[in-house]
Structures are given as C-alpha cells and as structure tokens.
Design a protein around this ligand. Structure first.
Ligand SMILES: NC(=O)c1ccc[n+]([C@@H]2O[C@H](COP(=O)([O-])OP(=O)(O)OC[C@H]3O[C@@H](n4cnc5c(N)ncnc54)[C@H](OP(=O)(O)O)[C@@H]3O)[C@@H](O)[C@H]2O)c1
Length: 332
C-alpha cells in the first residue's frame, strides 16, 4: 500500500510517499481503506518533534511511528478478533493521534471509531475526528456546558473553534466567539450570537461575563479567565512560556481551569456523527487536497489561519475529486 513515511524529524518535506506492506489486523482492531484524511496541528507538531518534551513519547531522536497522520475516514475491509461493534463494509471515521493514518489502509482499535451517518459523505466525516472530538470534550466532558449558559470561544474560526461554536449552539448556549476580522461573517454563519474581532478589540481587555471560557487558540491569560469567566477550558497553546505561566497561575489560584488532551472513544464519535446527521454541526472544509499533496496540506495548515478544516482525498483519478461546494453529494 502507499503511505506517507517519516524517518526523521523535520518539515513537511521529510514526508515520503512509499510503497509498504499492508498492516495485519490485530485483535480488537479494524483495517480501514482510507477514503480521506484531515490535517491537524498535531500532525506538524509530531512531524517536527515540537515541542521537544513531546519526543519523550513520540521518539527522542527520530519518530517511533513511521506513518504520519491522525484523522481518517473510510471503509472497513477486515475486522480483528473480538470486534463486535463493526463489520466489513461499514463506513467509519476515527483518529489515531500518534500517527498511522496518512496511508491507503489504517489499522486502528475499533473503540476509537464511529460510524459515518447514511446522509453524510465519508469525505465530510474525515474532517471531524480530532477537531470535532476536541471541541465536544472541551464543552461537554470538561466544560460541563448546560443549556442557556453564556459561552466564550476564543479561536472560533479554525478546526476546533468552528466545531465548538456549532456544538455549543446545539447544547442551547449563548455564544460569543472570537476570530480575526476577515472571519467574522464566517463565524456568524456558524450560529454565534456575537462575534468579536481580535484585530479590532483587545481581547485581554474584553469585559464580558461568561459561564464558560473555551480557549481554542491558547493566548488567553489566567487573568483573562478570572476576569471574564466562572470556569474555563484551555485547548490550544501558543508558546510553551505562555502555557507554563497560565498553569503556574492556576496552581496558586482557585479558578476552575482545565487543560486536557483529547482522547478518542466510540461514544463521543457517535455523538458527533448524530450532530452532523441532524444538521446541527456542518463541517466547513476550506480546502481539499489530493493524498499526493499531503505535505502541501500540512504546510498550508502550519500557518494556523485555517478557516474550518483541510481534507485530503485518496483518489488517483482527478476527475473524481469532489469540490468543496458539492460535498453532500459525493459518491462515498
Ligand atoms: N488539547 C488538545 O487535545 C488539542 C486537540 C486539538 C488541537 N489542539 C490545539 O488547539 C489549537 C487549535 O487547533 P485547530 O485545529 O483549531 O487549529 P487551526 O485549524 O489551525 O485554527 C487555528 C485558528 O486560530 C485562530 N487564531 C490565530 N490567531 C488568533 C488570535 N490571536 N486569537 C484568536 N484566534 C486566533 C485562526 O483564526 P483567524 O484566521 O480568524 O485568526 C485559526 O482559525 C492548536 O494549538 C492545537 O494544537 C489541542
């Protein structure tokens, strides 16, 4: 099978498209023929081995996992022993955060996947796993969102943020969202009640009052959380220094601020699938790349200015490549 391989740390140029053996399906695992992947900041963090401390998990001098990529959606071609929740032919989506997804076939534990709803394309669902799951877990698992609450979402136009706005609305929240001026209309179209452009208003002086603060960008300070909110969830990070100082302030303060790392499970994946099937969450795909352009897709998202998501399709025949305008009718 074809797969994007990394044998050393570096930029997207270290990724090589190679022919390697198809993985053997393990007990409790499913083998999925990949239809599409999406790109996440975690992909280039792992590719570059940055921040450095992450190498204690991903490999000190070179990456332990040779195949890049986390998010995938596709069709099950084989199931391992003890897999009861899925069968061959099921359309699934999932994530394997440490890598393995940028390949024709991915071998993953069944319990990190969800089923693609009948009325949604596999390509659309490929945009969901890491970003959708992070938004859901920030709001629901850790943020304990309830209907009628006032929620502030910083970094609302990116992968995580654009899902967070829609999920918060679907839980009945009143949403104030923050993005750059060029994305204000986009974020309003997602359902935000109020949108603040960070390039015209200094967010560190914003004086609103909220039940829950979600920071998908990662530049809010501890003082921002305590000034504006009753509880907070920190998702993104800008610099190690900023994250460290926020967490140290939290140690000495009593504001309920949670930082977490997303973890995949079928229950949350199914919740996301239902929200998409009901039209409450609409994945917004800014750009579609071919699988051959996966290094270019990673380069593109490294700027951290993605509007919604970037998706890469495993299709050789360019005539079959769908446009971002017509994703509801794609043949997969
Ligand atoms: N904790 C976890 O488990 C977890 C999981 C997934 C992701 N993350 C982290 O979450 C962050 C967001 O991920 P993502 O996938 O959403 O990234 P993304 O798709 O690249 O989106 C980044 C967004 O940040 C916005 N942004 C840039 N500067 C900003 C500023 N000063 N204030 C507010 N927003 C700003 C950009 O919007 P504009 O273009 O409008 O500025 C862009 O849409 C990343 O740091 C990622 O590593 C953490």
């Amino acid at each position: 099978m074809k797969a994007f391989i990394k044998t050393k740390y570096g930029g997207p140029e270290v990724l090589q498209l190679e022919e390697i053996d198809k993985p053997m399906v393990k007990d409790g695992y499913i083998l999925v023929k990949v239809v599409a992947n999406s790109a996440n900041p975690a992909d280039w963090h792992l590719l570059r081995g940055k921040p450095f401390f992450a190498r204690f998990t991903s490999g000190l001098f070179k990456p332990k996992e040779k195949i890049a990529g986390a998010d995938f959606a596709g069709i099950i071609v084989e199931t391992g022993k003890n897999v009861t929740s899925f069968k061959v032919g099921d359309k699934v989506f999932g994530e394997t955060l440490m890598g393995g997804a940028f390949a024709e076939y991915v071998n993953v534990p069944a319990n990190v996947c969800g089923k693609v709803p009948n009325n949604v394309s596999i390509v659309q669902m490929a945009s969901i796993p890491t970003a959708g799951l992070t938004a859901l877990q920030a709001l629901v698992t850790y943020g304990k969102i309830t209907s009628g609450e006032k929620v502030f979402i910083n970094g609302a136009s990116g992968g995580v943020g654009h899902f967070a706005v829609q999920i918060a609305k679907s839980y009945g929240a009143n949403v104030t969202a923050v993005c750059s001026g060029r994305n204000v209309d986009f974020v309003k179209s997602l359902g935000a009640d109020k949108v603040v452009a960070y390039d015209t208003e200094n967010i560190h002086q914003h004086n609103g009052s909220y039940d829950l603060i979600i920071d998908a960008n990662g530049n809010l300070t501890y003082a921002d959380y305590t000034r504006m909110g009753k509880r907070g969830v920190m998702i993104g990070f800008t610099t190690m220094g900023h994250m460290f100082s926020t967490l140290v302030s939290k140690l000495f303060g009593n504001f309920p601020l949670i930082q977490f790392t997303v973890e995949s499970n079928t229950k949350d994946m199914q919740t996301l699938a239902e929200l998409v099937a009901q039209g409450k969450v609409k994945p917004q795909i800014e750009k579609l790349f071919s699988y051959k352009e996966i290094p270019e897709a990673i380069s593109y998202i490294e700027a951290m200015r993605t509007r919604g998501k970037v998706v890469m399709q495993w299709i050789d025949d360019q005539n079959q490549t769908v446009s971002t305008n017509n994703l509801t009718n794609v043949p997969f």
